[in-house]
Structures are given as C-alpha cells and as structure tokens.
Ligand binder design. Structure first.
Ligand SMILES: C[S@@+](CC[C@H](N)C(=O)[O-])C[C@H]1O[C@@H](n2cnc3c(N)ncnc32)[C@H](O)[C@@H]1O
Length: 309
C-alpha cells in the first residue's frame, strides 16, 4: 500500500476510489493475518484444511471451476501422474535434491504441491522434518495413510499454494514435477513464489523442477498416446499465446468410458523463471538441466532452479 497509494493519489483518483482501494488492501491484510493464524494454530501438525471466511467460501462457490481446482481432474489422471515409473524414481530424485540443496540432517522441508507425497515420504525416511502441502484432499489422504503405515512423521496440510502462510519456518521448499505455472494470471504465479520466499528462513533455498519452454520445444509432439494397465491415454498439446501458454487435451478410455479434460498452463524459459524468482526477492538463482546438477544446455531434460533467500 505504501508504494501504490501515493502514486494513485498523484494521478488524481476520486476519493471514493481511494476508499475502495484502502478497503481492498485492508481486506487483503486481514486475509493474510487470518491465514497465518490458522496455519500456526490449526493447519500445522493436525494437517487440517486452512479454513476460509464465509465471504470467501461464497465467492469461491460462484467461481467457475478451473481445471487445477477440480478434484475429478486430479483423480482421473492420478494413475498417469504417479505411475510406477514416477513412484520408483522418487528415492533417487530425493537423493539428488538433498545433494543439490546441500540439506543438513534434520532440516525442515516444505514440499509445495506434494501430490500423494512421493518426495515428502522419502524425505521423512531420510529423517528430515517434512511438511507436504497440496490442494487435493484425496492425495493427502493417501499420503497420510502411507506415512502411518511406515510410522513416519509428516505434516500433510491441505490448502492453496497462493494462500498458505508460514513465516521463516523452512530450510528448503521444493516444488517438483511441473507443479508451477497453473494460473491464468501471472500475478498468481508470483504470489506462490512470494509465499515460498516468506516461508523460508534466511539462507533457505527454493527448488523448482519443471518442463521448460526450451526442453518442450526440443521434444514437442502435438499428439501422443499410450496404453497402460488396460487404460488408453491420448494427449493433444498446442503452443499458444506466443509460446507462453500450453493448451492440453487429455482423453482417457477406461472400462468402456471416455473422459476428456482440456486445460492450460504457463510455460517458462530459464530466463523468465530466474527473472521472476529475482523479482520475488531471491538473491542467488542457479539453473540446472536435471536434478543431478547437469548444465542447462541443449541436452537439458528438465529445468531445475535453486534460489537462495
Ligand atoms: C503434477 S502434480 C505434482 C505432485 C508432486 N509434486 C510430485 O512430484 O509427485 C501437481 C500437484 O499440484 C497440486 N496443486 C495444483 N494446484 C494447486 C494449488 N493451487 N495449491 C496447492 N496444490 C496445487 C495438485 O493437487 C497436484 O498434487
């Protein structure tokens, strides 16, 4: 508010508009405080949902459901996102990210958009203090069940990555497997990074691992399909908005039924993502071509950024 208010006054806004602006800012501030309060006293440990106020809940109901907020999307494609290959890859990925981040024994790690917790659980097996955060309740239920069966201490918390609050609690935040760039508004992506920044201790590190613009351009296939465990899965991919947005159409044939979802997400180049991280306050930002720390060059498999607070 301190930056924007004088600018707006200078431009000669009407008093009524100024009033609306102030009320909006006050509402935002109250929301942040409330979120922080719930995180500290209710969200943590018990792994409950972060409650929202009545007005927000009402507004939410009226909004159209966007794919990333649609449980049926995540449930339908769970078999593909967390297939055997992906589950088996998790232990090695965790070994690699522990080394890349130079995580010290007992470090506190936030797995942001943790899914069914394949990395959270593995990190807990390595005796790190882990919080897994995700918007999909059924994924977190599975993660909790697995943690219980192995007697692992992991805090699984339900919520929206744009709204979670934790202040300087973590040594590292990880965001794995293209779990970033889902929002139509670029400011929402920035909000997620600002939350990650706030939740890190000074010197803490944020690792993001995703499919980047450069890598996608190299391996791009407009259509592909495969069959796994009796399911046929077809994918159609389109590059739109001058290579800033990817439109996807995923079709699943299972038990004689067809399910279809169309959805889109932002695609980042290394320069775009590192620029955004710096604008969010991160000091050193390094870029790699995989979790082993390979260079981000023409052979890069993924874009991995490590940003230090
Ligand atoms: C591709 S999965 C990645 C899961 C996990 N990181 C992994 O590597 O197994 C993306 C995850 O992001 C979660 N997600 C999507 N939108 C979210 C949001 N706004 N806030 C929190 N989680 C979100 C989904 O529920 C899903 O679990």
């Amino acid at each position: 508010m301190s930056i924007w208010l004088p600018i707006r006054l200078e431009r000669g806004l009407l008093p009524k508009q100024v009033l609306y602006f102030l009320r909006f800012k006050a509402f935002q501030g109250a929301e942040n405080l409330k979120g922080f309060f719930y995180w500290r006293f209710f969200g943590s440990r018990k792994g409950r949902a972060l409650p929202v106020c009545g007005r927000c809940a009402l507004m939410k109901k009226r909004e159209r459901t966007i794919w990333h907020d649609d449980d049926s999307f995540w449930q339908t494609f769970q078999f593909e996102m967390f297939n055997t290959e992906k589950l088996e890859a998790a232990p090695q990925e965790v070994d690699q990210l522990v080394e890349l981040l130079d995580l010290q024994p007992g470090a506190r790690v936030l797995d942001l958009c943790c899914g069914i917790g394949r990395h959270s659980l593995e990190l807990a097996r390595h005796k790190f203090e882990v919080t897994g955060f995700d918007r999909t309740a059924s994924y977190l239920e599975q993660a909790r069940t697995k943690a219980e069966s192995e007697n692992l201490e992991v805090d699984f918390v339900l919520g929206d990555a744009r709204k979670f609050c934790a202040l300087e609690e973590f040594d590292a935040v990880i965001n794995m497997y293209t779990a970033f760039g889902y929002f139509e508004e670029p400011s929402d992506d920035k909000r997620v990074l600002l939350k990650a920044y706030a939740s890190l201790k000074r010197g803490g590190k944020l690792l993001i691992e995703l499919m980047s613009k450069e890598v996608l351009a190299r391996i791009f296939q407009p259509r592909d399909w495969h069959e796994r465990d009796g399911r046929i899965f077809l994918r159609e991919t389109e590059v739109t908005q001058d290579w800033s947005w990817i439109k996807n159409r995923w079709i699943l044939f299972e038990d004689g039924q067809q399910k279809e979802f169309t959805f889109g997400h932002r695609v980042y180049s290394a320069v775009e993502l590192t620029g955004l991280l710096r604008r969010c306050g991160f000091a050193d930002v390094e870029v790699f071509g995989n979790l082993e720390g390979a260079p981000y060059d023409h052979e890069a498999q993924r874009l991995v950024t490590v940003a230090v607070k």
